[in-house]
Design a protein around this ligand. Structure first.
Ligand code: NAD
Length: 499
């Protein structure tokens, strides 16, 4: 067991400055209007640093820098760009432990997860897109004996990226790795709740890229996000966040007729068939663990299995074991490696989750476990903690239909496959889903039938870089990860040549 020292304390080697500016043109610069906003540590609720509050002027400065850099970056050889991405991956890997700790400190998530998942995945995404770039091919079509159609990939130019607070470094990586590999310059706006950790990454890797290729402007959505997403000098907007914000982003981008990638909200079903409980073996144990994935990352995952559908014939016994498993979740200090669930990322998020705990109770959902804010002791008393909560109810309830984005799962029963599929698809969202069955045919049919971009079958929450990820319905447009993302950051150029 290790309990890491909080960044900035005398026992920690992670430095925390009093203030941080934006990263523009290869250097840290003060915000044009000289304004900063407070950054909170969710585990204690304390302000630990201040970060530049970006405005349109900062976005314009970042776009100037990006446009100055874009042409020559886009013309570097694929080998050179791939090598730089590999070096970025290596630097992150060499500093993985520090980055995991500071990510956990800023976001409130359990350090065992940032050590085991967030940071290793970030490293892997840079390596993956370095490889994907080198493997990317154009095409040649012979039209007739004198004419050939060549198809080339060209970078889009300067792209705008806007990310949420739930996986600050990983979400940045998902966007940066393919965009940079494809030869674009980037202006990225982190979420106002977690502006710091990506600046610490940039402190580490910023010198590996030519100045202006990567720019970070912090700030609030309306003040910094909107001027970026609606800017005529941006060739694409890649956004991850709420569905309501995604609609706005699409409106802004439509004025300039530029493409968008929208990774939005979810209300993912996790379906447990009766054969799961036919034996009390390793598979059953894995399924119970899969049930608890609703609380992974404090439930602040767009694909959290926040609806569980359990076949009626095993409902009572399965739920008894599932609730017992949930009650083993260890809520506590995020910097303690024994902790399995940390603090919610912000006070606003804590309040939102509490309001849904009330809504669930008012609409008649039964609390099987949890249901309250959690109060921890000592210096964690001011932190933003919630008990992992299991509601039992009906799929028409608000706690089954609306994204809570906290450690809350709403459970209901189904009779047969058709019933399960109907309930699973009875949602506005279509991001993730889980299917648990020992019967491969049943699992396959359900997987194909569920209207969601990612269906985990007999596992949940793996995020390999080579698996495409994205939403159906109101969960988004486009995909991330997978080598196809390179195309999403490129134009296709056709040269039709007569010889
Ligand atoms: P949010 O939409 O409130 O904010 C996301 C980002 O958008 C932030 O950087 C914010 O400053 C910015 N923003 C807000 N208003 C804006 C505007 N008018 N113009 C431009 N930018 C604006 O979302 P959040 O609360 O930070 O994140 C949680 C949401 O993200 C959840 O709905 C979750 O499901 C979703 N999410 C989706 C995925 C996915 O891959 N589909 C991954 C992670 C999170």
């Amino acid at each position: 067991m290790t309990v890491y020292e909080r960044p900035g304390s005398s026992g920690s080697k992670i430095k925390v400055e009093e203030k941080y500016g934006h990263f523009i043109g290869g250097e840290f610069v003060a915000p044009k209007k000289g304004q900063y906003f407070e950054n909170f540590a969710p585990q204690t609720g304390e302000v630990f640093t201040q970060v530049g509050r970006g405005t349109e002027e900062d976005i314009e400065a970042a776009l100037d820098a990006a446009h100055n850099a874009a042409d020559s970056w886009g013309r570097t050889s694929t080998t050179e760009r791939a090598n730089i991405l590999v070096q970025i991956a290596q630097r992150i890997e060499d500093n993985l432990e520090d980055l995991a700790v500071l990510e956990s400190w800023e976001n409130g998530k359990a350090v065992r997860e940032t050590l085991a998942a967030d940071l290793p995945l970030a490293v892997d995404h840079f390596r993956y897109f370095a490889g994907a770039l080198r493997a990317q091919e154009g095409s040649i079509s012979e039209i007739d004996e004198n004419t050939i159609a060549y198809h080339f990939h060209e970078p889009l130019g300067v792209v705008g990226q806007i990310i949420p607070w739930n996986f600050p470094i990983l979400m940045a990586t998902w966007k940066l790795a393919p965009a940079l590999a494809a030869g674009n310059a980037v202006v990225l706006k982190p979420a106002e709740q977690t502006p710091w950790s990506i600046l610490k990454v940039v402190e580490l890797i910023g010198d590996l890229l030519p100045p202006g290729v990567l720019n970070i402007v912090n700030g609030f959505g309306a003040e910094a996000g909107k001027p970026l997403a609606s800017n005529k000098r941006v060739a694409k907007v890649a956004f991850t966040g709420e569905t309501t914000t995604g609609r706005l982003i699409m409106q802004y981008a439509s004025q300039n007729l530029i493409p968008v990638t929208l990774e939005l909200g979810g209300k993912s079903p996790n379906v447990f068939f009766d054969d799961v409980a036919s034996e009390r073996d390793a598979f059953y144990d894995k399924a119970l663990e899969g049930f608890t994935m609703f609380a992974l990352n404090q439930g602040e995952v767009c694909t959290c299995p926040s609806r569980a559908l359990v076949q009626s014939s095993i409902y009572s016994e399965f739920m008894k074991d599932a609730v017992a498993r949930v009650e083993k979740i260890k809520l506590g200090n995020p910097l303690d490696t024994e902790t399995t669930m940390g603090a919610q990322a912000s006070n606003d998020q804590l309040e939102k989750i509490k309001s849904y705990l009330d809504i669930g109770k008012q609409e008649g959902a039964k609390v099987l476990t949890g249901g309250e804010q959690a109060k921890l002791d000592g210096d964690l008393a001011g932190g933003y903690y919630v008990q992992p909560t299991v509601f039992e109810g009906d799929n028409s309830m608000r706690v089954f239909q609306e994204e809570i984005f906290g450690p809350v799962v709403s459970v209901t029963q189904f009779d047969d496959e058709a019933d399960a599929l109907k309930t699973a698809n009875d949602t506005l969202y279509g991001l993730g889903a889980g299917v648990w069955s020992r019967d491969a045919g049943r699992a396959y049919r359900m997987g194909r039938g569920i209207k969601a971009g990612r269906v985990w079958t007999n596992n949940y929450h793996a995020y390999p870089a080579h698996a495409a990820f994205g939403g159906y319905k109101q969960s988004g447009i486009g995909r991330e990860n997978h080598r196809m993302m390179l195309d999403h950051y490129q134009q296709t150029k056709n040269l039709l040549v007569s010889y």
